[in-house]
Write a protein that binds this ligand. Structure first.
Ligand code: ATR
Length: 418
């Protein structure tokens, strides 16, 4: 009795093994898989570091009749993938299988000396759309992550006028981009342009991340990274918001605010970023939220929205009289060297604050952060928020854990060394 197993390249899942394991015993992984289809546990000899840069997937089908179809993927060096390509015989208990390994360029890309894949016909794109966008550090951050993950992708920054946003999103969809980030002034306009809004975009009323998705043969919508080879037409654009969670994560991980629940917070600013921060803080059950904005009417509008959406939250427009756990700057004051402090020093003193988070990250230390440190507060700039929103976007597109440290290093180099 004989059958043929065809190994074709797919890009999902993970097989914990190394290139040398496969070369020494090229079919051991497959034989093991034929027994149960899925790896029960990670083999002892796994060397994770050896797997980092190159991802190559395979799926296998047994003929005749294509009655069985299972798939997993390997991660290993792309040169090894090419070594392995070819026909192999696999015999299991009298059942002879012909196994065909093929290395597909999109997932076994040529690799340059820097570890970055070279651009070829299989290279896929992501981009940030903004107006202006020249200042964006996202390309440096995301391309560092893309290199680290060994993806044959590139991340671009595209200057897109608001009047052209719909055409630009449609263009990216037509060109099978993996996804987009949207920055000022597009985050709200994009709400109307996505085919579907994730609940994060609905909750925070802004889209900063778009993921393009296509239907698989079973009709399920999947991110494009799940399609090896040609991507089907008729993509949809799904809108997400990763900013709000990024703020909460930065407050917890960088300012070491263990509990947002019950905390008292003074939030400065009620523009796009301020409104999002206010809603997120309310969702995190802060104890009392003081909203201050140059245009008081805008702060009142945000307070009204919070009372409507989060019944029982204590939200006050104006300065706190007593001590607060946290002050957040969501205004643009501090971007320019001549800017003053974003609050009225006659009505509030930083001695009343435990910690200060400035959403601004350029310059690294704003006047507010300097004053906060002088007043004895813990004080952190907005780089972490930029990092975490980007990491979450990358994870939505790739299905892989974002490599935070290379991303952070790339951001710091881009923003502070230039
Ligand atoms: P973003 O999307 O970054 O929040 P925005 O919506 O334009 O940008 O909001 C800018 C914020 O900075 C607003 O809170 C704005 O106050 P107004 O709502 O009164 O405009 C605040 N801001 C900008 N310039 C300011 C200034 N010179 N003094 C005080 N607040 C200022």
């Amino acid at each position: 009795m004989s059958a043929t197993a065809v190994l074709s390249i797919r890009e999902f899942g993970e097989f914990w093994g190394t290139a040398s394991d496969l070369t020494a015993c090229p079919l051991s992984g497959i034989e093991w898989r034929l027994a149960d289809g899925l790896p029960a546990k990670r083999p002892k000899h796994t060397q994770r570091s050896a797997l980092r840069r190159f991802a190559l997937g395979y799926g296998w089908e047994i003929m005749p009749g294509l009655t069985q179809r299972r798939s997993q993927s390997f991660r290993f060096n792309s040169d090894r993938a090419r070594d392995l390509a070819g026909h192999w015989m696999l015999v299991i208990g009298g059942l002879a299988l012909e196994v065909v390994f093929s290395a597909v360029p999109s997932y076994a890309p040529p690799v340059s000396a820097t570890g970055r894949t070279e651009i070829n016909a299989a290279t896929r794109f992501c981009a940030v759309f903004g107006h202006p966008v020249r200042h964006s550090a996202s390309p440096a951050m995301q391309n560092a992550a893309i290199t680290e993950l060994g993806l044959n992708w590139r991340y671009l920054a595209c200057p897109v006028h608001p009047d052209d946003l719909r055409a630009a999103i449609d263009g990216a969809r037509a060109m099978k981009f993996i996804g987009l980030n949207l920055t000022v002034p597009h985050k709200i306009f994009a709400l109307k342009m996505a085919d579907k809004l994730d609940e994060s975009a609905q909750a925070w009323g802004a889209v900063n991340t778009v993921r393009f998705e296509a239907r698989d043969p079973k009709g399920r919508w999947l991110p494009l990274t799940r399609f090896a080879g040609e991507v089907p037409d008729n993509l949809r654009a799904v809108g997400f918001n990763t900013d709000a969670d990024a703020l909460a994560r930065a407050l917890r991980e960088e300012l070491h605010l263990k509990r947002l629940r019950g905390a008292s917070v003074l939030l400065l600013g009620a523009g796009g970023a301020g409104r999002m921060a206010a809603l997120k803080l309310a969702a995190e059950h802060v104890g009392s939220l003081f909203l201050v904005n140059r245009t008081v009417r805008k702060a009142e509008r945000v307070a009204t929205e919070i009372r409507r959406r989060f019944a029982g939250r204590k939200v006050i427009v104006g300065y706190p009289r007593h001590r607060v756990d946290l002050v957040i700057n969501a205004t643009s004051l501090g971007l320019k060297p001549e800017d003053g402090l974003p609050f009225d020093a006659r009505q509030f003193s930083l001695k009343q604050a435990g910690a200060v988070y400035d959403m601004i990250y350029r310059p690294a230390e704003t006047g507010l952060l300097k004053a906060a440190k002088a007043a004895g507060c813990r004080a952190v700039n907005g780089l972490g928020m930029l990092l975490y929103q980007g990491a979450a976007a990358l994870e939505l597109w790739s299905g892989k854990r974002a490599p935070l440290e290379p991303m952070r290093r790339a951001l710091e180099k881009e923003i502070y060394d230039n």
